[in-house]
Write a new protein. Structure first.
Length: 427
């Protein structure tokens, strides 16, 4: 069986390496030496793979040395594709990975990309770098494919093998071999796209569609707040119709939904079209964290609290529940908005790594015992630990009259929050 090299061992690459490593030789490569050493010790700090799961991949090894992947025949690239500070695609990790693979590429090899990109990126950006660094000719000496990742971080139900996989290849032979490769581990089956561009486009619109649906209910939330109507009650009532989509308002962060639409709009603008709907959805969602912060401050003022001398406790900083990933977390925007009103903000998250948060955002996480003498509580992430907390626990942290409760994930009964003496805001 051909040996596989997985380039990038994050939330996407590691589960893929483990599944393939159960049935065939795999080398997992990452430039992060610390990450590689941890995986060699059976430790996955992303919590995607347990120690037992890692051990079950008997044919999997790890390395941060490029020489270790020279004898592979199939290279699967799973590096991040973020955006820069003006929302343009940041292709540097993808370009670096393409150059690295190109330097070890051999006649007959296949390179498959899983990173989310704009339609055309594989053949327009990656292939030229592979050719330049290998001296080989595309579709003569080597082939490429694209099979977009569909990993949902923290989801223990919809795991890699249970999600149908889109596959594609740069020629018919490669497409068939890549599809067969993934079918060997994907229980849910595969969907072979007619071209790499089609597969790239399918991936980028998956998250763009979800982004737009969330933007719609976020805008409804802003409207209904001004009308003094509870958004959740409206959505539950509308949800009694069989075909009403059950989306909920919220802050859209992370490295997928909040990023991928910008890849699509970037390519659209390149070909002379200025997207209207997609960018409108992005503007709404990007503003929700600051809107939530302003709304909480407003309720604190209405409750007679001395805002500049108040302390607000924020529960959760990861971009989603039950997941340690803090990349592109919109909770940070919420915290910055609160701080702009000279509020003292304490942040507690049992899932996040304190050192990573400090290094990434210069925010010092505190322990739960430090969440005391608060004027307001903001539950920003729906971790199981927060869902299981009693309202009396929050009330003891908030002795102030006129205390505010920001239930941004609608985890608690609004009536019970009011009975507990809170002024309530929820999206």
């Amino acid at each position: 069986m051909k040996k596989i090299a997985i380039i990038g061992l994050g939330y996407v690459g590691l589960p893929l390496a483990v599944e393939f490593g159960k049935i065939r030789p795999v080398i997992g490569f990452d430039i992060n030496v610390k990450r590689v050493e941890q995986l060699k010790d059976g430790i996955d700090t992303t919590n995607e793979c347990s120690q037992e799961n890692l051990a079950s991949a008997s044919q999997l090894s790890f390395s941060s040395c490029l020489d270790a992947i020279k004898d592979a025949n199939i290279y699967i690239v799973t590096v991040p594709t973020p955006i820069d500070n003006v929302n343009r695609p940041d292709l540097r990790p993808l370009e670096a990975a393409s150059k690295a693979v190109g330097s070890v590429l051999k006649h007959g090899d296949i390179v498959v990309f899983e990173s989310t990109v704009f339609p055309g990126a594989t053949e327009e950006v990656c292939v030229p770098l592979l050719e330049q660094n290998s001296g080989l000719i595309f579709n003569v000496d080597f082939s490429c494919g694209y099979s977009p990742e569909r990993i949902n971080p923290g989801d223990k139900l919809n795991t890699l093998t249970k999600i149908k996989k889109i596959t594609s290849g740069s020629n018919k032979t490669a497409a068939l071999e890549i599809d067969e490769l993934y079918r060997s581990i994907i229980v849910a089956g595969t969907w072979m796209a007619s071209s790499i561009k089609v597969a790239e486009a399918a991936k980028v619109i998956e998250n763009s569609q979800r982004d737009l649906n969330i933007a719609f209910v976020n805008e409804l939330s802003v409207i209904f707040d001004r009308l003094n109507i509870d958004t959740l009650e409206v959505l539950e009532a509308a949800g009694s119709k069989w075909n009403f989509l059950p989306f909920r308002p919220g802050m859209v962060g992370g490295h997928c939904i909040g990023v991928d639409p910008y890849y699509l709009t970037h390519k659209a603008e390149e070909v002379g079209y200025i997207p209207q709907v997609v960018l409108a959805g992005r503007r709404i969602n990007d503003n929700m964290a600051r809107y939530a912060g302003k709304s909480i401050i407003k309720r604190m003022l209405q409750g007679g609290l001395d805002v500049p001398r108040s302390t607000v406790g924020v529960f959760g900083i990861t971009f989603k529940e039950n997941c340690p990933d803090v990349r592109n977390s919109k909770v940070v925007d919420l915290i910055r908005e609160l701080e702009s009103w000279n509020v003292d903000v304490k942040v507690y998250d049992p899932w996040a790594d304190k050192t990573e948060v400090q290094n990434e955002y210069e925010i010092t996480l505190v322990d739960q015992d430090d969440m005391s003498n608060l004027s307001a509580v903001v539950v920003a992430v729906g971790h199981d630990q927060f869902r299981s907390m009693d309202l009396s626990d929050f009330r003891s942290m908030c002795p102030s009259l006129g205390a505010v409760f920001g239930d941004l994930k609608s985890l608690y009964s609004k009536d019970l929050l009011i009975e507990a003496g809170f002024k309530v805001f929820r999206l």
